[in-house]
Design a protein around this ligand. Structure first.
Ligand SMILES: [Zn+2]
Length: 300
């Protein structure tokens, strides 16, 4: 999205978000941190969604690209691992903090790949209701040119890279990526590790879909699997299980109160997430915002 970042920050403030990563206005100070997860797969963090990178003889496979202003730094960080350019860029979903570098990387020759709904949303003006944020249609060079409906596999750098769609989860276009031999999974934003998650129902997401996606990844993962969440630190299967159980528990409490006819402010005041707030409530969404979001997501 070519949305002015400061304007986003204002929308952010309006939405009372307390996201250190997203509220950060000065991207010039952001450093890209690289963590090696297997012989050829890395996690990178800067500002915005976590990146996944595979390097090797076949070229660079990149998952997500944060913000446009960070492209040179991301390219420099990749350049320390490989002399090859980004061959494939996979967008886990359409949000601006995961696709902001698409235009730059598209111009640099990357083939952009995503679930078909990502292309639909990036190619038209959009609106993220919870953030009160309008987004502009992206130019053609920034759009995915290879799209799929359910799943897609790459044979690259000595392993299968399996991408599969998880329906109506964080949005309607989420993809989870499994590096089979490396035993690394990138979940996109269906998993926020140690941060209350944002679920974008205005982009076709749902709490039930996030829980189903988490369950699917839990069935695939082993105790040694390294899981790159959309936001938050590198995770294990146990971390994902804790997330899944936290989300199921709080959303059940909220749904129960909605069924009794309670209003959103009453539900927020009842503090249904209390026992999780210490661990989960200090990041992207404060506890009240998280519960208010669930009220909106779960009411019919
Ligand atoms: Zn997102």
């Amino acid at each position: 999205m070519r949305t002015d970042f400061l304007r986003f920050s204002a929308a952010c403030a309006l939405a009372l978000l307390a996201a250190p990563a997203l509220a950060q206005e000065d991207l010039s100070k952001v450093e890209i941190q690289t963590d090696k997860l297997s012989d050829n797969v890395y996690m990178m963090t800067g500002s915005g969604g976590n990146l996944g990178v595979s390097v090797g003889d076949d070229g660079v496979f990149l998952i997500d690209d944060e913000f446009a202003a960070l492209t040179p730094k991301i390219q420099a960080a990749i350049g320390k691992l490989s002399s090859k350019p980004v061959k494939f860029l996979l967008n886990t979903h359409w949000h601006f903090d995961h696709t902001g570098g698409n235009e730059n990387l598209g111009k640099a020759g990357a083939v952009i790949v995503a679930q078909e709904n990502v292309r639909k949303r990036l190619s038209t003006d959009g609106f993220i209701a919870f953030l009160g944020m309008k987004t502009k249609a992206e130019p053609p060079i920034a759009l995915p040119t290879v799209t799929f409906t359910r799943d897609l596999s790459f044979q690259m750098n000595g392993e299968e890279i399996r991408a599969f769609h998880v329906p109506r989860a964080h949005t309607d276009g989420d993809t989870v990526v499994y590096f089979v031999k490396s035993d690394v999974i990138h979940t996109g934003d269906v998993f926020f590790n140690k941060l209350y998650p944002f679920i974008d129902t205005s982009s076709g997401g749902s709490v039930a879909g996030v829980l189903a996606a988490a369950d699917r990844v839990l069935r695939m993962a082993g105790d040694k699997t390294k899981i790159i969440p959309g936001h938050g630190p590198l995770a294990s299967k146990a971390d994902l299980k804790n997330y899944r159980d936290m989300l199921a528990d709080v959303s059940e409490r909220v749904a129960g109160q909605l069924k009794q006819g309670k209003k959103a402010d009453e539900i927020v005041a009842s503090k249904p997430s209390t026992k999780y707030d210490e661990l989960w409530g200090k990041g992207f969404l404060a506890p009240e915002k998280f519960v208010a979001m669930l009220c909106g997501n779960l009411k019919r």
